[in-house]
Each structure stands twice: as structure tokens, then as C-alpha cells.
Ligand binder design. Structure first.
Ligand code: PNS
Length: 174
């Protein structure tokens, strides 16, 4: 037996970072695609201070935990500061990002290269969501909700339940 055979292999951890304000079905689809690839999936919610946030960080974490409750190999964490520092803390080396269309590519490419520059041990892998979710974004979800559109089938039930209290339909003008 060689010395490497006797070593225990570290679990492969995939980190899926994002704002998730709110999580939509495109995000859920990407998370599902991580399970055959990684031993453990960490969904990492950025603790930023955007004034336009619909849900607080704690609410986003709560929603994600509710949505992913039946997934034992998945945990939801929040982080602030550099993503690569968070990854180093939890012993992860792989970032997962979703690529919906060519328009996503430039900014994702820049982020991947910056993260690799900050920590050369870190790699980014890109997964593509189901075609039917390829146009979804949290920004559009918020806009459609604010204007009273139907979001059924586009966001998880946990988001759907909380949306009406957040974004009241505009009052009809007389
Ligand atoms: O869902 P989003 O808003 O596209 O996610 C962006 C996110 C959270 C992945 C990105 O902003 C991020 O990693 N921020 C942490 C700060 C950081 O590490 N910046 C330098 C590398 S780009």
C-alpha cells in the first residue's frame, strides 16, 4: 500500500456564494446540480449592506435553510469580507457559480480570476441552470413581485409565502 492510500481523503466541499435576495428556482436548480459533484455543499450568503435588500440576511439564511431542509449534505452560512477568506476558514477550495447566458460571462470571469489571484488554491466552476430558469434573476423577481405579477413556479414556496408582506401591490389609482 502506498502512503497516499492510507491517507483519508478530505471531503470535496463546493461553495455556492451569492446574495440570494431572494433565492429563486434557478438558484435551487444549481444547488441540486452540486450534489453529484461534491460531498458537501455550502450555500454562502454575502452579508452586504445594500439598502435595496428585500430580505434581511437572517431572513435569507432562514429561507434557504427551509428550502434545503431535506438536504443533509448541504448547509447554509453567511459571510462577510472576502469569499476566499471564508473558504479558507471552512477548508473549501471550489466556488460554484451559475452561468445563465453569455451576458453573465464577463463579470463571472473577472470574479473567478480575482478570486484565484487572491488565493491560488481556489478554483471556480460554472454550472448552467435548466433552460426554463435561464432568464431568472433576483432583481426581476423583486420587480415582478412589486408590480403584482405571479411568481408561482419561479421561486420556492418559502419565498412565495413571504413576498406579499414585503412588496405590497401598488394601490390602483382612482
Ligand atoms: O448573487 P451575487 O450578488 O451575484 O453574488 C456575488 C458574490 C457574493 C459571489 C460576490 O459579490 C462576492 O463573492 N463577494 C464577496 C467579496 C469578495 O470576495 N470580493 C472579491 C472577489 S470578486
Amino acid at each position: 500500500m502506498s502512503s497516499s492510500d492510507s491517507k483519508t481523503t478530505a471531503p470535496k466541499i463546493g461553495v455556492y456564494p451569492g446574495s440570494f435576495d431572494p433565492i429563486h428556482n434557478g438558484h435551487v436548480d444549481i444547488i441540486e446540480r452540486c450534489f453529484p459533484i461534491f460531498d458537501e455543499v455550502v450555500v454562502a450568503v454575502l452579508r452586504n449592506t445594500s439598502k435595496e435588500a428585500l430580505f434581511s440576511i437572517d431572513e435569507r439564511v432562514e429561507i434557504l435553510r427551509e428550502v434545503l431542509a431535506d438536504r443533509p449534505r448541504c448547509r447554509v452560512e453567511s459571510f462577510s469580507g472576502l469569499l476566499v477568506d471564508f473558504m479558507s476558514e471552512i477548508g473549501a477550495r471550489t466556488i460554484v457559480r451559475g452561468l445563465r447566458a453569455v451576458s453573465d460571462f464577463e463579470s463571472e470571469f473577472q470574479m473567478a480570476l480575482m478570486n484565484r489571484r487572491l488565493d491560488p488554491r481556489v478554483e471556480t466552476v460554472f454550472l448552467t441552470p435548466k433552460e426554463e430558469y435561464s432568464y431568472l434573476s433576483s432583481r426581476l423577481i423583486k420587480e415582478v413581485s412589486r408590480l403584482g405579477g405571479d411568481l408561482a413556479g419561479l421561486v420556492p414556496q418559502a419565498v412565495l409565502e413571504r413576498m406579499p408582506q414585503r412588496t405590497p401591490k401598488p394601490k390602483p389609482t382612482a
